[in-house]
Ligand binder design. Structure first.
Ligand SMILES: Nc1ncnc2c1ncn2[C@@H]1O[C@H](COP(=O)(O)OP(=O)(O)O)[C@@H](O)[C@H]1O
Ligand SMILES: [Mg+2]
Length: 249
């Protein structure tokens, strides 16, 4: 049995009076590549923040590597939905990636080890040749790779990606998913998206989140689950593509 790296049990979250997550249970194992789809406002980003320990559930339990999420935060790499960076800020690709080591280097200078990890993270994502380039002078797809390198520099065991493919064209997206497929050999990946067709081909497991989580421990989603999650007919979501595309092929 693979190690459960993240476990949520009956988790509920509210912002004020508004329930955002309700009774969400979820297990993520080493080498999983879980796609979480769902409508805007469905609670996807909130779910990632719960795993990161940034949002505390009102009810339920969250375990990260068997312990408290904040205590085990160092095992989790996070690429936020919209990068917190000002992309026009004059900072080099290398320095962006080095900030992925900031937690370890707090109040001290980056070490040779930090620089080595930043360099190899850039190599993994195929961006080493751009290390001197200002981040703002890269394409969207290239910037996305740099932000993944930044997360990888911290040597995570789980990578959380919040809508990483938004704004990347189709050809670059394919390369991007291939990169994630390679990374998965070393870690678990959780990718949030509202684009079901893009996600479905590449992930190993898929779940729908619309306040409640509809989850099957496999890629085969049932039409009823999609309908329950989105509250609208599946045809509208899958743009006419039968849900059979979710099966392995
Ligand atoms: N910090 C917050 N305070 C109050 N409401 C929030 C906050 N963050 C998100 N929300 C609300 O919670 C709901 C879920 O948001 P979110 O998790 O960002 O959904 P998604 O990522 O699926 O679009 C939305 O209705 C959003 O407006
Ligand atoms: Mg979101």
């Amino acid at each position: 049995m693979a190690e459960e790296v993240i476990g949520l049990r009956n988790v509920s979250v509210r912002y004020g009076d508004m329930p955002v997550l309700e009774d969400v249970s979820l297990s993520i194992y080493q080498h999983d590549f879980l796609g979480i789809i769902g409508p805007n406002g469905g609670g996807k980003t909130t779910l990632l923040k719960v795993i990161l320990g940034l949002v505390k559930p009102d009810k339920g339990e969250v375990r990260v590597f068997g312990g408290d999420p904040l205590q085990n935060r160092r095992y989790i790499g996070y690429v936020p939905q919209y990068s917190l960076f000002d992309h026009s800020f004059p900072i080099s690709v290398r320095d962006v990636v080095l900030t992925g080591r900031a937690r370890q280097a707090l109040f001290k200078r980056y070490t040779d080890h930090d620089r080595k990890l930043a360099r190899s993270a850039l190599e993994v994502v195929g961006m080493l040749a751009f290390k001197e380039r200002q981040i703002g002078r890269l394409s969207g797809g290239q910037q996305q790779r740099v932000f993944i390198a930044r997360a990888l520099a911290a040597e995570p065991k789980v990578l959380l990606l919040d809508e990483p493919a938004a704004g990347i064209d189709a050809r670059v997206q394919t390369e991007f998913y291939e990169l994630l497929g390679r990374l998965r050999q070393k870690m678990a990946i959780v990718m949030v998206s509202h684009d079901i067709t893009a996600v479905s081909v590449h992930v190993s497991k898929i779940a729908c989140l619309n306040r409640r989580l509809y989850y099957h421990d496999s890629k085969e989603l049932l039409a009823e689950d999609l309908e329950a999650a989105y509250q609208c007919p599946v045809e509208l979501i899958a743009h006419g593509i039968p849900h059979r595309v979710l099966r392995e092929h």
